[in-house]
Design a binder for this molecule. Structure first.
Ligand code: FAD
Length: 619
């Protein structure tokens, strides 16, 4: 086997697969080294991609030529647009996946990328030569060389599974942990800490009484994820909804002391926004019921994922609590739920490129950086893969700004603020969220992706065609002028409830709240646009143009100082007027730019003004 590469990616989960795909697409020799080739792209927990904030990340990954959106479009068994009735900034796509189709799709996509080699093995050590990173050594002693290594080890580093008072070492149920590498990272003084997450038991669908449950079908037409997908061709299934009740809560409360979490077996912190059912019952004691979604795991399996009852209670208690719910009275469980504790590395130790400040050439992406979720992992993976490949080619790193992408928001949050609980994406994390919509992810990122070498010819052609269609649709609406004396004015007046008093263009009408694209084209007897994504784009652009322009002004104002570099040898004690606390924080973190400095917790706007004056004086 060849053992010299430019980039080695350790781990074939969601971060690792995007990292490997991005690096290889740039043309550098890339190795994806993973514990088990059969678990490439495996969904450790819920069989779903997207959701609010997360769907935005998936669209961005897609706009940059990544894998995740294409894979879910080849594996999705239910697609929905969440928040469809709300503003475009918070609308988000979510899809249930057929777990095994998803894995197969990821593997197929990777196997079709030139320069990408797959190898099954467990990284046990980083190969070092005179303090320089030169590759990895597997647990069986095989040496694989590369100047750039990306760690995407997920929940596997020092992983320990908990169920009641039982616990054992594992990366997730059924897979061994990565203990040798965890040990080495600790010895090398990387900032290692622990987090936890959990998963619910799985149910045999044949034992569920669907007749008493509310069904939730997907949307029709199906909202695909990828900008490249014209149509999803997979049979679609409904989810079902049940609820916890007083009896469920009684069972949990009576057995709380047996839960790994509350019985004192787990000390680390779990995701606040994805709490276990024990947590929900304790923290929201006033709530008498929680909604539980019964999500099918695939087309050719009866396995069902009950979303909302992640637990570390002993298995017999899990059976009781599941059976206390409507429709689940005779439920047969196929797998127990469990919690898992694992190591993560403090992401404040990384540059925004996701390269380690401590060890040049080492990159980290995904759950190892303290995030939770497939989408967060995948987006970081893409960035790390891109930047590792750029480093291999002696090119400078590329990182999107907070105003350009949720990916930019996430990376900036991670490297400047760090975390004390698993980090997941929300639209509320973005200050410029009107700009960072799902619908315009391609407009924001595909041209940049093309320049970086991530976007292939087919995607670029499709993108360019969409741009042309949008421009000609805009022009069609702009050039259609209606005068008060035209026969069309009567129909418009009927719709508005008042006569037209001056000339208007169709574009001006579309800006008004009284119209949407469909009603306007109907009244004006215009043919609709063949591509609904183009008409949606035009409508959003028109309706929100005022707000978008205002946000653009804000971005430009902030950009004037955001990217200003702080000299590497900056002596913060020499900045006049800076408090000792702020001086210590800045000295510890050594931000590269004024923008990064402004987002360090405790660094006030007043301190930033002092820093700005000082940096300007020095330059
Ligand atoms: P993973 O998907 O975990 O992939 C890691 C990969 O690295 C695996 O392929 C593994 O085999 C490989 N690997 C590890 N160590 C080595 C090594 N030394 N050498 C070679 N290969 C190695 N997310 C949510 O958003 N919500 C949830 O409720 C949720 N619950 C979860 C519950 C459980 C029990 C688990 C295990 C995960 C849960 N997650 C949840 C997290 C979600 O699975 C992860 O966020 C996501 O999979 C992270 O992707 P990743 O690529 O970083 O890591």
């Amino acid at each position: 086997m060849q053992n010299e590469f430019d980039v080695i990616v350790v781990g074939g989960g969601h971060a690792g697969t995007e990292a490997a795909a991005a690096a290889a697409r740039l043309g550098v020799r890339t190795l994806l080294l993973t514990q088990n080739l059969d678990t490439i792209g495996q969904m450790s927990c819920n069989p779903a991609i997207g959701g609010i904030g997360k769907g935005h990340l998936v669209k961005e990954i897609d706009a940059l030529g990544g894998v995740m959106a294409l894979a879910i479009d080849q594996a999705g068994i239910q697609f929905r647009t969440l928040n469809a009735s709300k503003g475009p900034a918070v609308r988000a796509t979510r899809a249930q996946a057929d777990r095994s189709l998803y894995k197969r799709a990821v593997r197929r996509l990777l196997e079709n990328i030139p320069n990408l080699h797959l190898f099954q093995g467990m990284a046990g050590d980083l190969l070092m030569e005179q303090d320089r990173l030169v590759g990895v050594r597997t647990e069986t002693g095989l040496e694989l060389r590369a100047g750039q290594v990306i760690l995407t080890t997920g929940t596997f580093l020092g992983g320990r599974v908990h169920m009641g008072d039982q616990n054992y070492a594992a990366g997730r149920a059924g897979d061994p942990p990565s203990n040798a590498l965890s040990q080495r990272l600790r010895e090398m003084a990387f900032p290692v800490a622990r987090l936890k997450t959990g998963t619910p038991p799985r149910i045999d669908g044949r034992s569920i009484d669907y007749s008493v449950l509310e069904a939730q079908p997907g949307d029709d037409p199906i909202p695909a994820f990828s900008f490249m997908t014209r149509q999803v061709n997979i049979p679609q299934l409904a989810c079902h909804i049940t609820h916890t009740n007083a009896r469920t809560h009684e069972i949990i409360a009576a057995n709380l002391h047996q839960s790994a979490m509350y019985g004192g077996h787990i000390q680390s912190v779990g995701p606040r926004y994805c709490p276990s059912i024990e947590d929900k019952v304790v923290r929201f004691a006033e709530k008498t019921s929680h909604q539980i979604f019964l999500e099918p795991e695939g087309l050719d399996t009866h396995e069902v994922y009950p979303n909302g009852i992640s637990t570390s209670l002993p298995f017999p208690v899990q059976v009781d609590l599941v059976r206390s719910m409507r429709g689940l009275e005779n439920a047969v469980l196929l797998r127990p739920g469990y919690a898992i504790e694992y190591d993560f590395l403090d992401p404040r130790d990384l540059y925004p490129s996701l390269e380690s400040q401590r060890l040049p050439g080492l990159f980290c992406a995904g759950q190892i950086n303290g995030t939770t979720g497939y989408e967060e992992a995948a987006a970081q993976g893409l960035l790390a893969g891109l930047n590792a490949a750029r480093r291999a080619r002696s090119q400078s790193a590329w990182v999107p700004g907070r105003h350009e992408a949720y990916l930019g928001v996430m990376v900036d949050d991670l490297v400047t603020r760090g975390l004390d609980e698993p980090y997941r994406m929300f639209t509320s994390r973005a200050e410029y969220r009107l700009q960072l919509r799902e619908d315009n992810a391609d407009l924001r990122l595909t041209p940049q992706g093309r320049k970086l070498g991530l976007v292939d010819e087919a995607r670029w052609t499709a993108f360019s065609r969409k741009q042309e269609d949008l421009e000609s649709e805009r022009e069609r609406f702009r050039s259609l002028r209606i005068r008060p004396e035209d026969p069309l004015a009567v129909r418009i007046a009927a719709h508005l409830g008042q006569p037209l008093t001056r000339d208007v263009t169709a574009l001006e009408l579309l800006r008004r709240p009284d119209w949407d694209y469909a009603s306007l084209t109907a009244v004006l007897a215009l043919s609709g646009c063949a591509d609904s994504r183009v008409s949606e784009q035009l409508e959003i652009e028109c309706k929100y143009s005022g707000y978008i322009a205002r946000q653009q002004d804000e971005i430009e104002r902030a950009a004037r100082w955001e990217g200003m570099c702080i000299p590497e040898d900056m002596d913060y004690s020499a900045v006049r007027g800076l408090s000792t606390e702020v001086m210590q924080r800045l000295s510890r973190q050594r931000p590269q730019t004024i923008g990064l400095a402004s987002r360090i917790p405790g660094v006030t706007p007043a301190a930033i003004s002092l820093l700005l004056i000082h940096v300007k004086r020095r330059s």
